[in-house]
Design a protein around this ligand. Structure first.
Ligand code: GLN
Length: 492
């Protein structure tokens, strides 16, 4: 197998045995980038000089026979919403076109402690608002499985580069599904940890009560390794929770005997794509054959999750994005008549359509006279959604659903209809409201050849159950080994 196709854990063995060097591995990844990246367009910035330097440092450690961490020398891509010291961080927005953070996000500091190799920064929907990565101010990322389709969003670049083997793994962020949905659509593993598991320090804020950072990987073992690297409380993020972080590789147990899996009936409506429903049912049947107990559960407030999300997330976004006024960060309009006009022109020109739509929605939902009717009510419904999950997790260990109601859709298909785009998140936003850990693992392809994701959710801080079920599924199926054939002579 070519080096760019291997998992981090397989590569670690080769690095440790000195069969390969991190330099060779990094070169192999950039060769792959030269071959397919012009068609996929997953990266906004490549950081080859930094990568080669980091690879050199890792190689010195391996050569000295030092005990090297599992991610040392592993090429990783970072969503462009995570602050990287000295490396441009745009959030997919023109307003941050020239923003070079003077500090690293906590996750970056932790990854550097592991000795990773940073390949580059990945494309995303502007400020992580979107489900297709088409809201990027810079470029459209193409799904490696079919270059005419979207990779999902908002972390579409991070999903596409792992799927296209132009990075071994990557980091994304998930507010309402932005890791799980693109992972499903690109046929890779993607996990949102419990809210509070991973520090958000240095993650540019979208909706602070929902945002979490998490990994995209080629398999569940790599997912556990990345979680080990990034989880843990942090004095710089008051919402990070001080609970012990287990060694997640200890949950990679190929056995679901005795585990209870709940299947929420509200997720399998007649509106669901039948191929997706059939595949996900078949995946759940595999787990049942392997010894899990499967039972139906009810999450009655599921239908309100999208409406609730599109009040809460824009409300928080409207507050978080108030800081982009041309004074301290990024773009500033050059021809203002006065201070107010500078704010107005900067924000009108700097933000894209969807971001402006969200700022207006959020400002309206928070305005005097409407706050109780919208924002406060949404918070109450959020509590009901969380209570549904609490009740379900009294009975079951893990909840299994499709990740996305449809496979990847065509580029341009939903851009004219924001509501249609918002419905892409119908399966992922409920768990976001409840702050739950959730993973998406590949569970097959539809007839047209596009990947399907199985979503597995756990109770807060029960990542172990989620990983165990995901790992068992993976060990007993071959879906994670399916690779796209990128049409390098076609569109793109
Ligand atoms: N697609 C959702 C949105 O547009 C979720 C985005 C995310 O999780 N960052 O808000």
């Amino acid at each position: 197998m070519p080096l760019h196709e291997l998992t981090a854990h397989a590569l670690h063995e080769k690095l440790k045995e000195r069969e390969i060097t991190a330099q060779e591995l990094t070169e192999a990844i950039y060769e792959r980038i030269a071959e397919v990246e012009p068609h996929v367009k997953g990266y906004l910035t490549l950081t080859k000089d930094i990568a080669l330097e980091q690879a050199d440092r890792a190689d010195q450690g391996f050569q000295n026979g030092d005990e090297m961490p599992p991610l040392a020398g592993i090429p990783i891509a970072i969503k462009d919403v995570i602050c990287t010291k000295g490396v441009r961080t745009t959030c997919g927005s023109k307003i941050l076109d020239n923003f070079v953070p003077p500090y690293n996000a906590t996750v970056m500091t932790k990854l550097h402690e592991q000795g990773v190799v940073m390949v580059g920064k990945t494309n995303m929907d502007e400020f992580a608002m979107g489900s297709s990565t088409e809201n990027s101010a810079y470029q459209i990322t193409h799904n490696p499985w079919d270059l005419d389709t979207i990779p999902g969003g908002s972390s579409g670049g991070s999903a596409a580069v792992v799927s296209a083997d132009t990075a071994v793994c990557s980091l994304g962020s998930d507010t309402g599904g932005s890791i799980r949905q693109p992972a499903a659509l690109c046929g890779v593993v993607g996990m949102k940890p419990t809210y509070g598991r991973v520090s958000r320090y240095g993650l540019v804020a979208f909706a602070s009560s929902l945002d979490q950072i998490g990994p995209f990987t080629k398999d569940v073992t790599d997912c556990a390794l990345l979680l080990n690297a990034i989880c843990g409380s942090d004095a710089m993020d008051a919402t990070s929770v001080d609970v012990p972080v287990p060694d997640f590789t200890q949950c990679l147990i190929n056995d679901v005997d005795g585990l209870k899996i709940g299947v929420p009936k509200e997720y399998f409506t007649p509106a669901l794509d039948t191929e997706i429903a059939d595949n996900v049912h078949a995946a759940i049947a595999v787990l049942e054959e392997l010894g899990a107990t499967v039972e139906e559960v009810s999450l009655p407030h599921t239908e309100y999750a999208i409406a609730t999300y599109y009040i809460i997330a824009p409300a928080e976004a409207s507050a978080n994005l108030a800081r982009y006024d041309g004074v301290r960060y990024g773009y500033r309009n050059e021809n203002p008549e006065n201070l107010i006009s500078m704010y107005k022109k900067t924000r009108s020109k700097g933000f894209g359509e969807e971001v402006k739509r969200r700022i207006m929605l959020g400002t309206f939902a928070l305005s005097a006279g409407y706050q109780d009717a919208y924002y406060k009510k949404a918070q109450k419904v959020r509590t009901l959604i969380k209570s549904d999950f609490d009740a379900a997790f009294e009975k079951v260990d893990v909840i299994a659903t499709p990740t996305s109601p449809t496979p990847a859709f065509k580029i341009g298909e939903r851009t004219a209809d924001p509501l249609q785009m918002y419905l892409s998140d119908v399966m992922t936003t409920p768990a976001s409201h409840a702050g739950l850990p959730g993973i998406s693992v590949p569970c097959g392809l539809v007839k047209s050849g596009l990947p399907i994701g199985l979503q597995l959710l756990g109770a807060p801080f029960a990542e172990e159950n989620v990983l165990r079920v995901a790992y068992t599924f993976e060990q007993n199926t071959e879906y994670h080994q399916q690779k796209p054939e990128i049409q390098t002579n076609g569109v793109g």
